[in-house]
Design a protein around this ligand. Structure first.
Ligand SMILES: [Zn+2]
Ligand SMILES: [Zn+2]
Length: 55
């Protein structure tokens, strides 16, 4: 399976080279990707699938 570059759900930066985290949405379980910067700053994210928001 090819690893497709993902975009940070908070700021939209491509998660290629800069690292980042992936985690399942607490509400619907869809995989959400976020860059390390947004993770550090605990930026708000909104799930594209169910609309769940969290830090
Ligand atoms: Zn980001
Ligand atoms: Zn969700």
């Amino acid at each position: 399976m090819k690893d497709v570059p993902e975009k940070c759900i908070s700021c939209g930066v491509t998660l290629l080279g800069i690292g980042g985290v992936r985690f399942p949405c607490p509400s619907c379980g869809v995989i959400i990707a976020r860059c390390n910067r947004c993770k550090k700053q605990s930026n708000i994210y909104t799930c594209r699938s169910c609309g769940f928001t969290g830090p």
